[in-house]
Design a protein around this ligand. Structure first.
Ligand code: GDD
Ligand code: MN
Length: 384
């Protein structure tokens, strides 16, 4: 039988789930909507109770008859839930990924609703949620409920997460939203990392009832709680660094633009003084010739000041200076043309008062000059 690529990959991490795994695999299979091809990937961490082997045998028993495939990834040792999920995702072929537990806490009956939600709400991430109307938890101790609540509050207040159940282990997403992300995959909180690291994706929460497991025991221990604090801290610091860098980027841009315009103003002065000196007692040149020298002088002082002050360029090799000076001169002439054109156009076709037209024309020319020189003469990123 030629196997078509699955549309949906279901990620199922296991550690000591021998009493649950086969039944959950069967129940998942029963709940897959008609017309949708899935693969289920079990990620087992060498469970001492033989879960890995049990899945292996089950996979060979259904291989020839099943339309939807089941695979198992064997890892050497217990490496944590998030890292198991990440491992599964890296091996997934589906465009849509569903992540769930294998201990019946996450009812497979919700899977069709999740898949439907992508279409219905045009979203990229669906979170099965205990903390919205219609959702609930059954079978947890008060202590465990409290822990979950506290963890949720930390995520919402500390990391600015809006989702009502960011601690959910039951969620589905379009694989392309995590294409460019690097995961720490610490502890249990894979969803939280997605929520913090993706920007501007559409999220839909749908309610479900979390049922505490009947067989086996939870693997959440003190280490998991410590990992939680570590991962929140890491996410918090990373976000801080990112936003301050962005801020610094905009401050740098503005301060360079400011320097560039001050240099421009100083050039105006140089231009004026040189032209006046040359037409007065000193040489008595014809005023237009004198102005050409004035312009050349101001382009030169502008160039030098912008090189060393505005763009802090310390490369003084002759070749570099000549090519930069050439470009700078070219863009200055271009700026002059833009300025002349704009003044003419604003005054002539829009009847805008001459001073106003002049100011807008000078500003536009200066700005386009700044951008061109930043990018092309001094080879900086426009926004860094
Ligand atoms: N491969 C692998 N490696 N699987 C693991 C590991 C591991 O180190 N640790 C846990 N698992 C598997 C379990 O076998 C189970 O299928 C699933 O991950 C969840 O583990 P549980 O130990 O049952 O977690 P829980 O019930 O305490 O917590 C659940 O509810 C939380 C909601 O507050 C999980 O769904 C959490 O992700 C969720 O945040
Ligand atoms: Mn569980």
């Amino acid at each position: 039988m030629i196997q078509k690529n699955p549309q949906v990959s279901i990620i199922l991490p296991t550690y000591n789930e021998s009493k649950n795994i086969i039944d959950i695999l069967k129940l998942i299979d029963k709940n897959i909507p008609k017309g949708i091809l899935t693969e289920t990937i079990v990620i087992d961490d060498n469970s001492p109770d033989g879960t890995g082997k049990i899945v292996e045998d089950y996979v060979s028993s259904i291989k020839k008859i099943a339309e939807n495939t089941v695979d198992v990834i064997h890892r050497k040792a217990k490496n944590g839930l998030s890292s198991a999920i990440l491992n599964g995702i890296q091996n997934a072929k589906g465009e849509t990924i569903v992540v769930m537990d294998s201990d019946f806490s996450h009812p497979p009956q919700i899977i069709p609703k999740m898949i439907e939600a992508f279409k219905q709400y045009q979203c990229d991430l669906v979170v099965a949620s205990r903390y919205i109307t219609g959702g609930s938890i059954r079978g947890w101790t008060t202590k465990r409920k409290l822990m979950s609540k506290i963890a949720t509050i930390i995520a919402k207040k500390g990391l600015g997460v809006k989702t009502k159940d960011p601690m959910s282990g039951f969620f589905a997403f379009k694989k392309n939203i995590i294409k460019e992300l690097n995961f720490d995959a610490l502890g249990y909180k894979f969803l939280l990392e997605i929520l913090v690291k993706t920007k501007g994706i559409n999220i839909k929460e749908i309610p479900y009832t979390f049922e505490n497991r009947k067989f086996g025991s939870s693997k959440l221990d003190t280490g998991t709680v410590i990992d939680y604090f570590k991962s929140v801290w890491k996410l918090y610091i990373n976000e801080k660094i990112k936003t301050t860098n962005e801020k610094r980027g905009s401050v740098r841009f503005l301060s360079k633009a400011g320097r560039f315009f001050s240099v421009g103003a100083s050039g105006f002065l140089v231009n004026y003084i040189v032209t006046m000196l040359l037409t007065s007692g000193l040489s008595e040149l014809w005023y237009l010739h004198a102005n050409i020298f004035g312009i050349l002088a101001s382009i030169s002082t502008n160039f030098i000041l912008n090189k060393v002050w505005t763009f802090e360029d310390r490369d003084f090799s002759r070749k570099k200076i000549l090519s930069q000076y050439g470009k700078f001169g070219l863009f200055s002439s271009l700026g002059a043309l833009i300025q002349l054109g704009m003044v003419f156009w604003l005054v002539d076709s829009y009847d805008i008062a001459y001073p106003l037209a002049l100011i807008s024309a000078i500003t536009s020319a200066a700005f386009s000059n700044f951008v061109l020189n930043k990018k092309l003469t001094f080879k900086e990123k426009l926004w860094n």
